[in-house]
Design a protein around this ligand. Structure first.
Ligand SMILES: NC(=O)c1ccc[n+]([C@@H]2O[C@H](COP(=O)([O-])OP(=O)(O)OC[C@H]3O[C@@H](n4cnc5c(N)ncnc54)[C@H](O)[C@@H]3O)[C@@H](O)[C@H]2O)c1
Length: 277
């Protein structure tokens, strides 16, 4: 595991803040969790994979106070299990400040499951987070970060349903961020769209049982990765920290690429917004 430097110039003091990260056992979610712990936050590591999750928790305990994290086995695709994960986090740590809806899969063969994990669970995770954090419900505000992908902005021919789910995450996040602002939820909601990241997820293109008929693109996807380059999770962590630190960011669509680093998608000004009485 690479060493992640503690971010410098943090404005939001993360000490004692409580974060829930889905898909935290490995890859980007694990790097997020590690960085949050390094900044003094408490983290609920939520993941479907018990063995990888327990191994991750054990390794993190070697470096950080074991009482600052908890591993919760949970399939984010199950409403009951996700609800339970939020409740356990609140019961153990007493509050909730940051939610990273990060868990995702790349499975064009079982595309219904891809929609459930990549999009439905992100919507559900956002609504559950708002239930606890929104000032409308007596909460104290917070930050939600929903993980999309560059496939949330551009079409990926090797993953039409993955593309659909990530476009959905971007659209939902921009809209609910506007809602949050208009209705004074006090919760900032943003999305991150990385290009190829060096995690186990990228290997899914090798498996026909996951890619179905799009497996024919296996070699061209590898050529694309070679052409555009592979990002390290540490750069995605820097993007997360920027979102946590910069209070004006709400509804932002952060893109992260090898050529341009961390930058933002620029949209036309939103013309149609309801008025609040
Ligand atoms: N790796 C990339 O190239 C890349 C690029 C852009 C966006 N992303 C997105 O980043 C996010 C994290 O991906 P990663 O690259 O770290 O992948 P990864 O496969 O390394 O890690 C994903 C984690 O999510 C967990 N998970 C999967 N399904 C789950 C479920 N139903 N319930 C709970 N946990 C579940 C897995 O067990 C795993 O620990 C995903 O949303 C992915 O779409 C990845």
């Amino acid at each position: 595991m690479e060493e992640l430097a503690a971010p410098t110039g943090t404005q939001m003091d993360l000490t004692g803040k409580v974060a829930l990260v889905t898909g935290a056992a490995q890859g980007i979610g694990r790097s997020f969790s590690e960085a949050l712990l390094r900044c003094g936050a408490k983290v609920a590591l939520v993941d479907l994979n018990r063995s990888t999750g327990e191994a991750c928790k054990k390794e993190l305990d070697g470096e950080f106070d074991a009482t600052h994290s908890v591993f919760i086995v949970c399939d984010v695709g199950s409403e009951d299990q996700l609800k339970c994960a939020f409740k356990k986090t609140l019961d153990l740590f007493g509050s909730l400040d940051i939610v990273c809806n990060n868990a995702g899969i790349n499975n064009e063969n079982n595309w219904e499951q891809t929609i459930n994990v990549n999009l439905t669970s992100v919507i559900r995770g956002t609504y559950m987070a708002l239930e606890y954090m929104s000032k409308e419900n007596g909460g104290k505000g917070g930050v939600i970060v929903n993980m999309a992908s560059l496939a949330g902005i551009f079409p990926a021919a090797h993953g039409p349903v993955y593309t659909a789910t990530k476009h959905g995450v971007v659209g939902f996040t921009r809209a609910i961020a506007a809602t949050s602002k208009l209705l004074g939820y006090g919760v900032r909601i943003n999305t991150i769209c990385p290009a190829f990241v060096n995690t186990p997820l990228l290997t899914s293109v090798n498996y026909e049982e996951k890619m179905g008929k799009y497996h024919v693109f296996k070699d061209s996807v590898k050529a694309l990765v070679h052409h555009y380059g592979m990002l390290e999770p540490s750069l995605i962590v820097q993007g997360l920290m920027k979102i946590l630190q910069e209070e004006e960011l709400n509804g932002a669509v952060m893109k992260i690429t090898k050529s341009k680093g961390i930058h933002f998608e620029i949209y036309e000004p939103t013309l149609i917004q309801p008025k609040v009485k």
